[in-house]
Design a protein around this ligand. Sequence first.
Ligand code: KG4
Ligand code: ZN
Length: 354
Amino acid sequence: MSGPLLLAIESSCDETGIAIVDGGRRIVANVVASQVALHAPMGGIVPEVAARAHVRWIVPVLEAAWTDAGVDWRDIDGVAVTYGPGLAGSLLVGINFAKALAWSRGLPLVGVNHLEGHVYAAWLADPGADPAQPEFPLVALVVSGGHTFLVEMRDHLTYRLLGTTVDDAAGEAFDKVGRLLGLGYPGGPAVQRAAAHATRRDVAFPRAWLGDSYDMSFSGLKTAARRIVEGARAAEGLDADDPLAALSAATVAELAFGFQDAVVDVLVTKTIRAAVATGARSIVLGGGVAANAELRGRLAGQAADRGLPLIVPRPGLCTDNGAMIGAAGARRFAAGERAGLDLDARPSLRLAGR
Ligand code: KG4
Ligand code: ZN
C-alpha cells in the first residue's frame, strides 16, 4: 500500500504517543512518553493523573516527532487518533488535540480503534527494515492490560471473534501477580525478569482450559497465585501482616516462572489450535503482553513447527504507541473513512463481538 502519510495520536491509557507513518507501514517518527514512573508509586494507573499527564506531554511529544521526522505539515495527508477503548479522560485529550490539528490545518481526521492498532502493528517497518508482512487468512492474538482475545481475519479490517477472556485480561493478571510478589507496577516486565532467574521450576500453577473453546480465563489463576504466595510466605516464616517482610528472591523467581508458564501455555496452545483449525496462513501477535519474551519464543517455536509464519512486532511496538494507530488508520483512511469534529471517546469500544 502506498501513501497516505498520517500523523497518528495515541493517548488511551498511560502512554502519550505520536507518530508519523507512511502508507500504514513505514515509521517516519514514533515518540512515546510513558507515565509508568508517575503511576508506579500508586501501584496502578490513576485515571485523573493519566489525563493530566497527557495534557502536559502531548505538545512536547508532537514537537519531538516533528524533529525526528524531517517532514512538515504540507506533506501530511491526514490525522489519525485513538477514540477507544480506554480511559475516557485520557482518550479525550488525544481526540481534542487531533481535532484541533486537523481543523487548523484543513486535514481529514480518522478515528482508530486502539485494539485494531495492536493488530496492525504487525504491518509496521522501522526505517531501513522490511520485515515479512502477515498473509490472510490469519489468526491474531491481542494480549494487553485491558484485553485478551483471538480473532480471525480473512481480509483487511474484517474480524471474526474466535475467543476472548471471560474475566481478566492476561496483562491484568501479570500486574496483579507482580504486586503479590512485591515486584511493583507494571507487573508484566518485572515478572518476566524475575522468572528468568528461576532455578527451581517445581510449583505448578493451574490452567483453565475451558474445554475446546477458544475462550480464556485468568481469574482462577490469580486466586491460585494468591494462595500459593501465602503458602510460600508461611513456609519462609514471614509475618502475614508485615508487608515489608519479603519472600526470598529464589522463591519469587520460582513463582514468577510458574505463573508466567501457565499464562503462556494457555495463550500459545489456543492460538496454535485456532490457526490450524481455521486454515490460517500466518499468525499475528500484538498488545503489551506480546512484549513478553517467553510468549514470543514459545509461540514462534510452535508456529514454526507447523510451517506458520509468526509476525510479532518488536517489544516497543507491542506496548502502546502512535505508530500502530498510524498503521490501522492508513487502512481506514484508504477505505474512505473520515471522522467529523463530533468524534467522541468510546471507552468500551470493541473490535469484534459474538
Ligand atoms: O497494550 P498495553 O501497553 O496497554 C493496554 O492497552 O493495556 O499493555 C500493557 C500491559 C500491562 O499489563 C503490562 O504489565 C503488560 O502489558 N506487559 C507485559 C510485558 N510488558 C508489558 N506482560 C508480560 N511481559 C512483558 N514483558
Ligand atoms: Zn494497548
